[in-house]
Design a protein around this ligand. Structure first.
Ligand SMILES: Nc1ncnc2c1ncn2[C@@H]1O[C@H](COP(=O)(O)OP(=O)(O)OP(=O)(O)O)[C@@H](O)[C@H]1O
Length: 321
């Protein structure tokens, strides 16, 4: 662990849950294949125009610059000034120099407190966000499954299955063949013919998972999707994740539940303020991250916490036990 982590900003928010179902379970060790993904000194920077206070931006590791526009010609002469302030531009350095290699068959958890860069890293691996610096080399096609995955809310579930399948590289024939299985897996019944905006968040998350895993992708990236859904859906999802690994696919799993990470992953990446602070076997990283969460809690976050934070702190206490 680095000093940066030890000096974590007390304003940052934790979101750590404990999933009772997962307690004590461990991911199966399977023989690993060749490297399928190389992330080399990856940097991702977002530019946000206006609307974000300097203090807030800096808390999440952002740098803030003043934006100006040059006044031209008549207006410039009239006002006698060269520049006009148009508000702050925040540069959020969301991923800072992350490097690692993943192999076929690995199941890799990504942990870190809110805003540490987990989702951004996944989106960059799928190619949704271009690197500011560094590179991502992928052997195969990554499929990103996230609570925010880009499906179209105004279109029906059926249309989204089609679009999602095409985006994953499936042919129309393959989509047809998988259609009933996807609907059954997602357990959405006749809702499949209604626009997705009419779905509950759980139904939408289940459909996203069902679509993303339909093609048994080379690299399956699951962003918090297991947090929604009942026990039966979770167990079906876990079986599907195992299936991907058995077929020499690689799984990345972002979760705020350390017990889910321990149950599903063999290796864990710990992100903090955009940096990869630890990368190692699940027991080792989970223990270190758990200690970090406890230390942060003991450092007094609880004193300022609202109801949601207190509930999380209780979860963290359970985690520590
Ligand atoms: N599209 C965007 N534009 C600007 N800033 C962004 C964007 N997406 C993410 N960020 C910022 O990048 C940083 C990392 O965000 P990210 O969502 O990757 O973190 P996370 O670890 O996945 O958080 P959480 O656990 O809350 O989902 C945060 O400061 C966030 O505000």
């Amino acid at each position: 662990m680095t000093d940066d982590v030890a000096e974590a900003d007390a304003h940052l928010d934790f979101d750590m849950e404990v999933e009772e179902d997962d307690k004590g379970q461990r991911a199966q060790e399977i023989p690993l294949g060749d490297p399928c993904l190389v992330v080399d000194d990856l940097h991702i920077v977002f530019r946000v125009f206006g609307g974000r206070s300097r203090d807030r931006a800096k808390r999440s590791g952002a740098t803030v610059k003043d934006a100006t526009v040059k006044r031209k010609g008549f207006v410039k002469r009239l006002l006698g000034a060269g520049q006009q302030h148009v508000g702050a531009v925040s540069e959020v350095h969301a991923v800072r120099g992350v490097s690692f290699t993943a192999r076929h068959g690995e199941s890799i958890g990504i942990v870190g407190i809110n805003g540490s860069g987990k989702s951004t890293l996944l989106r960059a691996i799928t190619g949704l966000i271009p690197p500011h610096r560094g590179a991502v080399y992928v052997d195969g096609k990554p499929a990103l499954l996230g609570v925010n995955a880009a499906l179209m809310p105004q279109m029906t579930g059926a249309k989204n299955i089609e679009i999602g399948g095409l985006a994953l590289g499936m042919t129309p024939k393959q989509i047809d063949e998988k259609f009933d299985e996807v609907v059954e897996f997602a357990n959405i019944g006749d809702f499949v013919d209604l626009p997705m905006k009419t779905y509950s968040s759980g139904m939408a998350a289940r459909l996203r998972f069902a679509i993303s895993s339909a093609a048994v992708p080379d690299i399956l990236m699951v962003d918090e999707a297991l947090a929604t859904g009942d026990a039966a859906f979770k167990s079906r999802s876990k079986a599907r994740i195992e299936e991907v690994r058995q077929q020499a696919g690689t799984v990345f799993l972002v979760s705020h539940s350390l017990s889910t990470i321990e149950a599903m992953c063999t290796r864990v990446l710990w992100m903090h303020q955009g940096r990869l602070v630890m990368d190692g076997p699940v027991e080792e990283v989970a223990r270190a991250y758990g200690d970090f969460v406890r230390a942060h809690r003991n450092a007094g976050t609880g004193g300022r916490a609202g109801g949601r934070q207190r509930r999380r702190n209780r979860n963290n206490e359970e985690l520590a036990d």
